[in-house]
Design a protein around this ligand. Structure first.
Ligand SMILES: Cc1ncc(COP(=O)(O)O)c(C=O)c1O
Length: 474
């Protein structure tokens, strides 16, 4: 059966959609972006015009015109009696697979594999006879790999034993598993805004109500807001990215960490630290301050080889106290039966070479970051381009709240990005754009050239009086 989305849910997902005139085109763009980000599945029935108009506080004519525009671009079809339904994206739409047509896909911040990886695959394959004689997957993780991950933590000043490690299929499945085990419906979860959207989706799906704490590229974490949010909303869990936060690239200071852990412990909140990007230290500055918890069990860590080595490996993990690891293992099999052993063997062989891997990563990402900064500063001088010391992306400030319109326009030129509101917890961020620097410098330079053309077009479409009005309300 086809699914349907209520007017209230759609209105929430659209967030600050009203970013340009005419309003019906801005609304249509908002719905297109939800389709493109896969947040509106194909064959989802949209609300009736009258209901959506009421939920958004606009006239029915505006919604009718937006649906008409969506029909014209074949994003939806409407039939008498059954209303409007989203359609699968046309093949003609620019997509990841269209590399041959010159599409530059920057929707995901996925660096290419570490160059030595194919060699490690080959070595592992050569010794795979005994491996394929086994079941080939396991729910906790191979003891050899858990020992290597535990040593990795010990080297970073976090003494760990292998029974405090659970190997997962990437960090995303770690987030999902923690959310399902630790959260109940209606529980509050504190998250940064902007944040990593797939984590926010997993937390919401587990029933969480998200409470956003702002992080900016210029000032980092808003500690006052964080303390208030902990004290007033009593979150069960806080999901944070302390090192090279995705998307801002900011790293917490020692004071930030102290405030977060103290405020969380005061209300009995578990801090889930996603350290997927923690080793992506481009400028190789001072090593990040450590998180120290006074109470056992109040910090859970997530890690992954997805950015340091390759996303295709699908190796991630959770570090937590042994009793929680046991609870997670018990809950896991309803969702998946474990992580493939072949990839785990590859991962175990990679850990002894981690210094070399991290150095290569740093050099690769430096080239991307520097090329992107330079291209943006020369082509789009009105934008705020932050300085970041590591991570995977720039969280760029636009000189008008037109991120969604820009992303739509740029798609037509073959530059695929996610708009700022995708990273927001409670709407907004239409003045921002995340641009990953995980692609090759020449692609990034081409992407910026496309963005500059799109920006001129989008700004031209946007009457000044409308922007002034918008600025007054955000
Ligand atoms: C902060 C963060 N957490 C988790 C993930 C998901 O990682 P994985 O590929 O290991 O599932 C990503 C990937 O972009 C990420 O940036």
């Amino acid at each position: 059966m086809d699914s349907r989305i209520s007017a209230r849910t759609l209105s929430g997902a659209l967030g600050g959609w009203r970013t340009r005139e005419p309003a019906y085109e801005a609304l249509a763009d908002g719905i297109r972006l939800l389709c493109l980000d896969n947040r509106l599945a194909p064959r989802t029935a949209l609300p009736a015009e009258r209901e959506l108009a009421a939920a958004l506080g606009v006239s029915r004519t505006t919604v009718a015109a937006a649906y008409r525009s969506l029909r014209d671009t074949t994003h939806i079809e409407s039939t008498r009696g059954s209303g409007s339904v989203t359609l699968p994206l046309r093949r003609a739409d620019p997509g990841r697979e269209d590399a041959a047509h010159g599409t530059i896909d920057l929707q995901q911040a996925s660096p290419p594999a570490w160059p030595g990886l194919a060699g490690v695959f080959a070595e592992t394959a050569a010794a795979a006879t005994s491996l394929v004689a086994r079941v080939g997957y396991d729910i906790v993780g191979r003891s050899e790999l858990r020992a290597r991950i535990a040593e990795h933590y010990a080297r970073r000043g976090v003494p760990t034993s292998p029974d405090e490690i659970l190997v997962t299929t990437g960090a995303q499945s770690a987030i999902h598993l923690l959310a399902t085990v630790l959260l109940g419906r209606g529980d509050r979860v504190l998250v940064e805004t902007p944040t990593y959207p797939h984590a926010a989706d997993a937390l919401r799906q587990a029933g969480a109500r998200l409470v956003g704490v702002p992080v900016t590229t210029s000032d980092g974490w808003d500690l006052d807001r964080a303390e208030q949010a902990f004290a007033r909303t009593l979150p069960v869990l806080a999901y944070l990215m302390p090192d090279f936060q995705n998307p801002t690239g900011r790293t917490m200071t020692a004071e930030d960490r102290h405030v977060m852990v103290t405020a969380a412990e005061r209300v009995g909140c578990t801090l889930v630290l996603d350290e997927t990007t923690a080793d992506l230290d481009i400028d190789r500055g001072e090593s990040a301050a450590a998180f120290h918890a006074a109470q056992p069990g109040s910090i859970v860590r997530i890690g992954s080889l997805g950015k340091t080595v390759w996303g295709g490996l699908r190796i991630g993990w959770i570090r937590a106290e042994a009793p929680l690891i046991r609870r997670l293992v018990a809950a896991r099999s309803t969702h998946e039966l474990g992580t493939p052993e072949f990839e785990q063997c590859v991962a175990a062989a990679l850990f002894p070479r981690m210094d070399e891997i991290v150095a290569q990563r740093s050099a690769f990402l430096r080239l991307g970051r520097d090329a992107l900064v330079q291209a943006l500063e020369s082509a789009l001088p009105g934008w705020q381009v932050p300085r970041v010391a590591g991570g995977v992306s720039l969280w760029v400030g636009l000189d008008a709240p037109l991120s969604a319109a820009l992303v739509m326009e740029a798609r037509g030129r073959g530059v695929l990005l996610s708009a700022g509101p995708r990273f927001s917890v409670d709407g907004g961020h239409d003045r921002h754009l995340r641009i990953p620097f995980t692609a090759a410098p020449e692609l990034l330079t081409r992407a910026v050239a496309g963005l500059a053309e799109s920006w001129e077009r989008v700004r031209g479409d946007s009457p000044r009086h409308f922007e002034a009005r918008w600025e007054a309300v955000v």
